[in-house]
Design a protein around this ligand. Structure first.
Ligand SMILES: Nc1nc2c(c(=O)[nH]1)N[C@H]1C(S)=C(S)[C@@H](COP(=O)(O)OP(=O)(O)OC[C@H]3O[C@@H](n4cnc5c(=O)[nH]c(N)nc54)[C@H](O)[C@@H]3O)O[C@H]1N2
Ligand SMILES: Nc1nc2c(c(=O)[nH]1)N[C@H]1C(S)=C(S)[C@@H](COP(=O)(O)OP(=O)(O)OC[C@H]3O[C@@H](n4cnc5c(=O)[nH]c(N)nc54)[C@H](O)[C@@H]3O)O[C@H]1N2
Ligand code: SF4
Ligand SMILES: [Mo]
Length: 705
């Protein structure tokens, strides 16, 4: 039977796969990890197998469709690509002519970063539209990381990653890589990498309000109350500096300003709000400072919260001050073969260059917080969004007050979505343009090789040829951009115009040539991937700051320390009726999609609200019964599960559930129970970066009886 190599693009681990094709060569019979892949080394998770299901899924769109009617009565009609492109270009250019550039809004979802064509050509659309109403899943995810990287290292994507394979002290704050497979840390087969760490006498310590899959395999776990990590992390910085444990590199500046800023953050104050014992805060700081190879790593839990930026800053401070930045086993910068940072393919970023129209929220790197999207659609006035474009996303399920956003989408003059499926968001579109799926296109992970725990490079040619009447995403962006500017009597800037029709392979070839580590030909000869060795020290040369130093204490971040201090002075531990809601991810879930694959949805239901048994009994609730969860924004009804893995006072719902596809005729729909956590999260709650504070939402839980 024929086999083919593929790259899984369903999460940041970018595993190499070996597919066995069906006898006629038109489908996937089975999939396994490719042992020859130098990064993933044969690892695969349950989702990797489902790539073939997506390819074969009869409900995946392959031709453009137009919606006729709305709500449960809506019908979808196929139309030709040419007609679809014309229709979309007509409507978007008409909106611009009538309402101005900011009359069109754009949202880019998570899989945009996981497709080579979106990475190379996605910006074409923004450059044709030139709107300030730009949004993405980044502002319900990692904007604080990017803001801090921009301020400290001079580029929003110059993000240090844990040198996981060589560290001996790994402090994980608000991340669950045993389920997520790592994020802003491309580390396929995290479970084995942790076993290796422990086998070399290293330790993993986890701070998380839930005893997660990662906490369970850790050497130490402490509950931390949601949203209070900044107090813990800044207290750790305080301990490092107060005890003289710092070892700053010569290119670090601002240590004394940091010392002054953290003076008020004592471990005792941290304990009061967070529940993490003061002696644990002290011993973690000392253990990090004493470790030969130590690193602090924090992800979603400390990014999507009220002090996300302060947390990410404190994490950089801890690594840098204890001498673990740019050091083996510490926090290191990959040297990717195709370097989008050095080549400035992605700009370094800027903050607060303009603000949102209705709420006056600052932009970051040209994007506004997605939490302001609904109000920008519904609030009349100049710059109101009248037409809307989405690519690879589902903000109705993935952004705060998703239900409110769905209502807002219904008021638009026009909406177009580039997506493989009709989902809770794209069902509101007038036109859906479906690109080819992962196995039908070439892949090179421009983003994730830049965040990997080992330097590798891999170019994977398409497994299946697309049929003539399909389009790749880069072709869709090129076509739309060209037709829109033509209607506006405008032109694309020369570098953008040069991209139209240029296959992504050529973009990759140019980037690889600039880097000089490998060529595209090398990679085509080795589709399993090429090993470029362990991470290596790169500072100060790789810094993108003008003077090649790192200012640890930019004014914005000092201001954040002050904001955390002011909050700390007032902060009370919630009591009485109130609980704090957090999210969770499961191994078999992929954000809000893939819930239509039998393979990933069979087995025990996993949509429940998790709650500590004491919190259930305090409310006279029974394990398994349906409860009402209320927040300022909305309410949902869902089954509750009693578990001691939750910190008392904290409850958890998974993210990406709550499908609302009633009335949408799908051939193969699987009914997955559950509710959307984002019917409870609050678009008013933002970090300074504009990131949504999804963690620590105040809720009450009561019986439906
Ligand atoms: N409360 C809460 N909210 C959260 C989170 C949380 O933890 N808690 N997590 C946040 C995070 S980290 C993220 S990244 C977001 C994700 O939120 P989004 O990015 O808005 O949503 P996804 O579920 O990733 O949407 C995937 C869509 O992309 C389509 N798709 C898949 N591949 C492709 C492709 O190659 N091209 C195109 N055009 N479409 C494709 C799928 O069909 C699906 O419809 O959710 C965020 N929201
Ligand atoms: N299987 C699977 N893998 C995925 C995804 C998926 O949907 N499914 N999504 C992918 C995406 S888009 C992303 S961004 C990554 C995310 O990757 P991770 O960040 O590793 O994943 P999460 O499960 O969101 O982990 C967040 C952790 O923070 C904890 N937490 C919540 N609030 C707080 C808090 O206030 N303080 C602290 N200290 N902890 C808190 C939660 O309990 C949870 O364990 O995963 C990626 N991988
Ligand atoms: S961990 Fe699973 S979903 Fe992520 S890339 Fe690997 S196989 Fe795909
Ligand atoms: Mo994400």
């Amino acid at each position: 039977m024929a086999t083919a190599l593929a790259a899984c693009n369903l999460c940041e681990a970018i595993c190499g796969l070996e597919l066995t094709l069906t006898d006629d060569g038109t489908g996937v019979a089975s999939a396994r990890g490719n042992a020859a892949d130098p990064l993933s080394r044969g690892y695969i998770c349950p989702k990797g197998v489902s790539l073939g299901d997506v390819y074969a899924d009869p409900d995946r769109l392959r031709r453009p469709v137009r919606r006729v009617g709305s709500g449960p009565e809506a019908r979808w009609e196929e139309l030709s690509w040419d007609d679809a492109f014309d229709l979309v270009a007509d409507r978007l250019s008409a909106t611009i002519t009538e309402h101005g550039r900011n009359g069109v809004g754009v949202y880019l979802g998570n899989p945009s970063a996981h497709s080579l064509g979106s990475a190379t050509h996605g910006s074409l659309l923004a450059r044709a539209l030139r709107t300030r109403q730009r949004f993405s899943a980044s502002s319900v995810d990692q904007i604080p990381h990017q803001l801090v990287a921009h301020l400290l290292y001079g580029h929003q994507l110059l993000l240090p990653v844990p040198d996981l394979d060589r560290t001996t002290f790994f402090l994980v704050v608000g991340a669950n890589p045993m389920a997520s497979n790592g994020s802003l840390m491309t580390a396929p087969d995290f479970p084995q990498r942790v076993r290796d760490l422990q086998a070399r006498s290293g330790r993993m310590v986890v701070l998380d309000p839930r005893r997660t899959e990662t906490a369970r395999v850790a050497d130490e776990h402490h509950f931390v109350r949601p949203g209070t990590d900044a107090a813990v992390l800044l207290a750790m910085v305080h301990v490092v500096l107060a005890e003289g444990l710092e070892r700053p590199a010569p290119y670090l500046r601002g240590v004394d300003d940091v010392r002054a800023a953290v003076a008020a953050f004592t471990p005792e104050e941290a304990e009061r709000v967070s529940g993490v014992p003061a002696d644990v805060v002290r011993s973690l700081a000392r253990e990090l400072a004493a470790a030969d190879a130590g690193v602090v790593y924090g992800r979603m839990g400390v990014s999507t919260q009220q002090f996300g930026t302060a947390c990410q800053w404190a994490i950089q401070l801890l690594n840098a001050l204890t001498g673990h930045l740019d050091r083996e086993g510490g926090a290191m910068f990959p040297t990717p073969a195709a370097d989008v940072v050095g080549a400035r393919v992605i700009p370094p970023g800027h903050y607060d260059a303009w603000r949102s129209r209705v709420r006056d929220a600052p932009e970051f790197a040209g994007e506004l917080p997605v939490s302001v999207l609904a109000e920008e659609i519904t609030t009349p006035g100049e710059g109101q969004i009248r037409a809307f474009v989405t690519n690879a996303g589902n903000p109705v399920l993935s952004t705060p007050d998703g239900r409110g956003l769905a209502t807002a989408l219904e008021t638009l003059d026009f909406m177009v979505s580039v997506d493989l499926y009709i989902n809770e968001t794209t069902r509101h579109a007038d036109v859906i343009l479906p690109p080819t799926s992962a196995l039908e296109r070439d892949q090179y992970d421009l983003v994730f090789h830049s965040l990997a725990v080992r330097n590798t490079a891999r170019y994977t040619p398409a497994v299946f040829e697309k049929d003539e009447d399909q389009r790749h995403d880069w072709e869709i962006f090129g076509e739309l951009a060209t037709r829109i500017v033509a209607r506006l009597g405008a032109e694309l800037p020369p570098d953008a115009a040069g991209l139209v029709g240029l296959p992504p392979a050529q973009v990759v070839a140019m980037l690889l040539a600039a880097g000089g580590q490998v060529t595209l030909d090398d990679l085509l000869e080795h589709p399993e991937g090429v090993d470029l060795g362990p991470l290596r020290p790169a500072l100060p040369a790789r810094l993108q700051t003008e003077d090649k130093t790192i200012d640890l204490a930019p004014a914005l971040l000092l201001g954040e320390a002050e904001r955390v201090r002011a909050w700390l002075a007032e902060a009370q531990v919630p009591d009485g009726d109130e609980l704090m809601l957090i999210g969770r991810r499961h191994k078999q879930d992929c954000n809000s999609w893939l819930h239509n694959t039998t393979r990933l949805t069979k087995g025990r239901a996993r949509h429940h609200l998790l709650m500590h048994p004491d919190d259930l009994s305090a409310r006279a609730l029974r394990d398994g019964e349906r409860v009402v969860v209320r927040s300022r924004v909305g309410l949902v009804e869902v089954e509750v599960s009693s578990t001691e893995e939750m910190m008392p006072g904290v409850v958890s719902l998974p993210h990406g559930y709550g499908h609302q596809l009633d009335g949408v005729r799908l051939r193969h729909a699987v009914q997955v129970p559950g509710v959307s956590i984002n019917d409870l999260t609050d678009p008013a709650a933002l970090d300074v970066s504009g990131n949504a504070a999804l963690s620590g939402v105040a809720v009450t839980v009561s019986a439906t009886r």
